[in-house]
Design a protein around this ligand. Structure first.
Ligand code: PLP
Length: 398
């Protein structure tokens, strides 16, 4: 099919919930993708943090192929190897104990919410409340929409499940006031992605640890976007020295295959007994085999340390652009999850960069968000920053 045919058929047969850009991607390799006409693009969107080891990493491709020839699906009525081994690896990496596998970030957060509620009930909290924050994003199911602190995502979909309360992000005084005997958990992205790339303050994270000690609440860290090396540490919470009781992962985990995980400490994980929760596809052998390959590649290629270094370099490049172009308001983020806030909508920048062979994303309307594969080199950052500057020059003249 030609690109045009794909676009036209998509507009006719797919529900129109995505507002796709006028670009048909035909294949990917490493940090680049190619469109239907063979034009190549440097990919600084990276599937929104999914393609952490790059497109079609040979180790991931081989793992998928080998597992697909052996066992593609098996019911959780039985034991099979891939999720067992992957669970052990995630437990070791996070310092937590047990894993529940599912298929997406939203489902990982649903599992976390259910764990926290059941734990609260079992500890005598009758109307357990989960505290979350403004500008947060936790998913699109009704439960995770209720957790998400951005009204625009749930408009038209009410009534949402109750039991959530939102506080201003990084407001320690409000947090201390809100947490009490009815609080089951606090749910937070240590580095907010979708909401516009806002890191939690050290003070907020340390206050959370203090409130856990004093009030017996659980900490749920949603690292669906910022986890698995993206910020220059295996998990973003390592920057703060605060470990969660429940950690949720998804995006980068499967190297492109759909997989999510809720990882918890023993005492919390224990509330999931046979029959309490489940997922037909959870722990899918092929997805788990791909995830094991991703973890191996992250480790063997030293990608976490590389993300820290390349991210620092890229942030310095963006800071330099900010000094030159007054309509860049702020550059923020950690590692290779960086945001460049403009004083205007960012869609024009996205289009200008795409014309010049660079894919970038705009979130929260004005924040250009960079989520390249962790394998990018300084030279590729230079190439991207060169294109960004060309686009900025066009913007300044218009
Ligand atoms: C993307 C994202 C989700 C939702 O993940 P899906 O796989 O789209 O359900 C949840 N939390 C955060 C922080 C995310 O970035």
């Amino acid at each position: 099919m030609t690109g045009n045919q794909i676009t036209e058929m998509g507009k006719r047969y797919l529900m129109q919930n995505y507002a796709q850009l006028p670009l048909v991607i035909a294949r990917g390799d490493g940090v680049r993708v190619w469109d239907d006409e063979g034009k190549s693009y440097l990919d600084f969107v990276g599937g929104i943090a999914v393609n952490a080891v790059g497109h079609c990493h040979p180790r991931v491709v081989a793992a998928i192929r080998e597992q697909a020839e052996r066992l593609i699906h098996c019911s959780n009525l039985y034991w099979f190897e891939p999720p067992v081994v992957l669970a052990r690896e995630l437990a070791v990496l996070s310092g937590l104990d047990r894993v529940f596998f599912c298929n997406s970030g939203a489902e990982a957060n649903e599992a976390a919410i259910k764990l926290a509620r059941k734990y609260a009930y079992e500890h005598g909290r009758e109307n357990p409340e989960i505290i979350a924050f403004t500008k947060s994003f936790h998913g699109r199911t009704l439960g995770t929409l209720a957790a998400t602190g951005q009204e625009k995502f749930s408009r038209g979909f009410t009534p949402l499940p109750g039991g959530f309360r939102h506080l201003p992000f990084n407001d320690v005084a409000e947090l201390k006031k809100a947490v009490g005997s009815q609080t089951a958990a606090v749910m937070i992205e240590p580095l907010q992605g979708e909401g516009g790339v806002y890191p939690a303050s050290l003070e907020l994270m340390e206050t959370l640890a203090e409130l856990r000690r004093e009030e017996g609440i659980l900490l749920i860290f949603d690292e669906v976007q910022c986890g698995l090396g993206r910020t220059g540490k295996a998990f973003a919470y390592e920057h703060y020295g605060v470990r969660p009781d429940i950690l949720t992962l998804a995006k980068a985990l499967g190297g492109g295959l759909p997989i999510g995980a809720a990882v918890a400490r023993e005492e919390v994980a224990r509330v999931f007994q046979p029959g309490t929760h489940g997922s037909t596809f959870g722990g899918n052998p092929v997805a788990c085999a791909a995830a094991r390959a991703v973890l191996q590649v992250l480790q063997e290629e030293g990608l976490v340390e590389q993300a820290a270094k390349t991210g620092e370099y890229m942030k310095a490049c963006l800071d330099a652009l900010q000094k030159k172009y007054p309509f860049i308001k702020e550059v923020r983020g950690m590692g290779l999850l960086l945001g460049m806030e403009l004083d205007r909508p960012g869609q024009e920048m996205v289009a200008l960069c795409q014309e010049r062979g660079l894919l970038i994303n705009c979130t929260a309307e004005r924040v250009i968000r960079f989520l390249p594969p962790l394998i990018i080199t300084r030279e590729e950052v230079d190439e991207a920053v060169g294109i960004l500057e060309e686009a900025l020059r066009v913007l300044i003249l218009s």
